[in-house]
Design a binder for this molecule. Structure first.
Ligand code: SF4
Ligand code: SF4
Length: 726
């Protein structure tokens, strides 16, 4: 629909009213160009990295087949515009202001124009069901770039990463002579609107403004008709004023917003596309068509039949001129683009690329001889017309003096090279050429700086790597040294050479070997080894403190390796006390050792915890037995009552003594038992025998014999008493 009031337009600064000369090429419909005999496909038809060929010389290709892949994010693939054979991959002249050659694929069409059997991606006629990422990927795979002349890869603009509230379709086409967008919008408005809807879906934008200058009434009507069923799309008629088609200028006209210096429309939530670009996106998504053709205006007073042509990319411009009836006269100049922002072509054997929107052949009389530049008179006309609000004369001075930093400070890169300043300059100074020169020099310096930075970063990375490797080696050496130091200190606490009783066992040290002082791993290893050695050296009597007996998990603070006195070391003191107790026990029970060498046992015990425990048990038993051995006969008797063996021995000896004393055994009672006289005599004999036995010198020396004899005597006495009359 056509936007109605109260849609308020704004006005950008400066600009010029120019004779548009569009009617030259809009009198006839868009014509189809037959396939040429030769096509040249530059690998760089866009802003960004060159595409990389994926075909070889001699390969046969089909229409729509990818022949060169995009390299990097800002890049675009190239597709075969028709079927044929690749005959060369070489440098060829390309349409560029520098006039230099560039790498190209040369395709010899076979005339059959065979498409791929299966498209390289599936068409999505129901694009509303597709995700934005799918649409973006298709746009990238299709090699779509901005067809307004910038040739920026469109997939990037379809993936802005920010909220977009307005999509602007730049249908201003303000440059004189050029009418390809106008004719596209007039004849294929439905396809343009389809593309707009696809892009709106991809951006999730709520509205679209189609800006068309008021000198294109047919295009306005057609677009309004095509968009009338979609309330999101508004066709906005803008005044014809050059450079209305500048992105920043159209945004200001439509929204009143100014894109900040060195900023992007996206900073304002706006994305701009050309009508041809959105149509290409729609065709790629809905019909799986890559970008292999575009509409080009072939016009100028030197062209016999100015027109708009649908042209396969790679077609040589000479072929286009031939389709437009050729030249009426030798042209004064042939440009790619319009008279304001186009550049002269060195020859016509250069191919049509994605950025080509017009081939303009000016008549000789239209090309004014370039007058010699005069000094700047500071009239300020250039400032008045500059749509970017720059100071063109100051930019000129700085550029001429190669003061590029100063030119940058004056926002040189905001210059859109519209040429308004140069057109009005009374001194005929080629101002735009100075700006282009300055921009090129700055870009070259930046590229050089980037290379130098990359080289410096590589050098610094190499130095850092070498330093890292050296540090790692030093750390490995330190660890090894620490391990050796820990091993060297461990033998003093080794179980094979137990320390003397007064010498404290090595305990963990809080002062690790100096070489490993900085290495936590080495310190931990040394600490563990020392702790193990301490445990081995001290057979852990309950009263001995552990190596880190303070319980804080840290090693004892005194370095035992250097400790000379046990008095200074509580651990050593505890060990000495334990050994003293053991020695005392052993001394108290000399028989318990049964002739064993205490010194040898001590060493063995201290080495072997089991042996130590056994020795301790023996000592305890010996200590217990010793008092018994020296006990009184009463004590022996008491023991006999407890020990059945001793009791039996004592009973046997008593019986023998009784027999020796002619006393009848209690188990064998005689006839005398019934005789009181005989019993009294026997008792007297027994008492006498007991006395004799106790008076025996040997008994004094042998406590066992003494005890036995005493027992015998008591037994005999009991027996005698038992036989005595009651
Ligand atoms: S228009 Fe030309 S002469 Fe006038 S100020 Fe600008 S550069 Fe100087
Ligand atoms: S060419 Fe640059 S400096 Fe000159 S008027 Fe245009 S934008 Fe301004």
């Amino acid at each position: 629909m056509i936007a109605q009031a109260p849609f308020r337009l704004h006005r950008f600064h400066g600009g010029l009213h120019l004779d548009d000369r569009k009617a030259l090429s809009t009198g006839t419909p868009i014509a189809e160009v037959p396939l040429p005999p030769l096509m040249v496909l530059p690998l760089t038809q866009h802003i960004g990295g060159a595409a990389k060929p994926c075909v070889q010389v001699g390969d046969r290709v089909r229409r729509g087949q990818t022949v060169a892949h995009a390299q990097g994010v800002v890049s675009s693939p190239v597709h075969a515009p028709t079927s044929g054979r690749i005959t060369a991959i070489e440098a060829r002249p390309v349409p560029h202001p520098s006039g230099l050659s560039a790498d190209c694929l040369v395709l010899e069409p076979d005339g059959r124009d065979q498409p791929l059997d299966t498209p390289e991606w599936a068409p999505l006629p129901d694009f509303a069901a597709a995700t934005p990422a799918q649409i973006r990927d298709i746009a990238r795979a299709a090699g779509i770039v901005g067809l307004g002349g910038a040739a920026f890869p469109s997939a990037i603009k379809l993936n802005p990463g920010r909220v977009v509230d307005t999509l602007i379709i730049n249908g201003a086409e303000c440059e004189p002579y050029i009418s390809c967008d106008q004719m596209l919008m007039t004849e294929q408005a439905d396809e343009v609107v389809l593309g707009i809807q696809v892009v709106l879906h991809a951006l999730a934008a709520p509205r679209c403004l189609v800006g068309i200058e008021d000198n294109k009434p047919e295009a306005i009507r057609a677009m309004s008709r095509a968009a009338e069923h979609d309330a999101r799309i508004s066709v906005v008629v803008v005044p014809t004023r050059y450079p209305q088609g500048g992105e920043k200028q159209l945004i200001q006209t439509l929204t009143g917003l100014e894109v900040p210096s060195e900023g992007l429309p996206l900073d304002l939530g706006i994305v701009c596309h050309n009508p041809g670009t959105v149509r290409a996106v729609g065709r790629a998504v809905c019909f799986a068509e890559p970008l292999i053709e575009r509409i080009i205006t072939v016009t100028g007073e030197a062209i016999a039949q100015p027109c708009n042509l649908r042209v396969r990319l790679g077609t040589l411009m000479s072929h286009l001129v031939a389709q437009a009836g050729g030249f009426t006269d030798t042209p004064g100049r042939v440009l790619m683009g319009g008279p304001m922002m186009g550049f002269a072509l060195p020859a016509l054997d250069v191919p049509v690329i994605k950025a080509t929107n017009c081939v303009l052949a000016l008549a000789p009389e239209q090309v004014r001889p370039t007058p010699e530049a005069q000094p700047c008179i500071r009239c300020g006309e250039c400032v008045t017309v500059c749509p970017a609000r720059l100071l063109p004369q100051q930019l000129y001075w700085h550029a001429r003096a190669r003061e590029f930093e100063a030119a940058e400070d004056l926002n040189l890169f905001d210059c859109i090279e519209c040429g308004c300043c140069a057109m009005v300059c009374p001194s005929h100074i080629p101002l735009v050429q100075y700006y282009r020169f300055a921009k090129t020099e700055i870009h070259a310096a930046e590229a050089e700086k980037r290379l130098a930075d990359a080289a410096r970063q590589r050098h610094e990375a190499r130095l850092a790597r070498i330093e890292r490797e050296e540090r790692a080696k030093e750390e490995a050496r330190a660890r090894k040294k620490a391990a050796l130091a820990a091993k060297t200190s461990a033998p003093s606490a080794s179980p094979a050479t137990p320390p003397p009783a007064a010498t404290p066992a090595p305990a963990p040290t809080s002062a690790p070997a100096p070489a490993a002082a900085d290495d936590p791993v080495a310190v931990a290893m040394a600490r563990a080894q020392a702790r193990r050695a301490a445990n081995n050296a001290v057979p852990a009597p309950a009263s001995v403190e552990p190596a880190d007996g303070d319980g804080d998990g840290k090693p004892a603070s005194a370095p035992p390796a250097q400790a000379n006195s046990a008095e200074d070391d509580p651990v050593a003191k505890a060990i000495a006390a334990a050994k003293a107790r053991k020695a005392a026990k052993a001394a108290a029970a000399p028989d318990a050792d049964q002739g064993a060498d205490p010194g040898a046992d001590q060493g063995a015990d201290e080495r072997d915890p089991v042996a130590t425990a056994i020795a301790a048990a023996q000592a305890r038993k010996a200590a217990k037995d010793a008092p018994r051995a020296s006990a009184t006969p009463d004590a022996v008797a008491a023991t006999d009552e407890v020990d059945p063996v001793a009791k039996a021995i004592a009973a046997a000896k008593a019986r023998k003594a009784a027999r020796a004393a002619d006393v009848p055994s209690p188990s064998e009672p005689s006839a005398e038992a019934d005789d009181p006289v005989a019993r009294a005599m026997a008792a007297a004999k027994a008492r006498k025998a007991a006395k004799v036995a106790s008076a025996t010198p040997a008994d004094d020396d042998d406590p066992v014999a003494k005890a036995i004899a005493a027992a015998k005597a008591r037994k005999a006495a009991r027996d005698a008493a038992g036989n005595a009359p009651q």
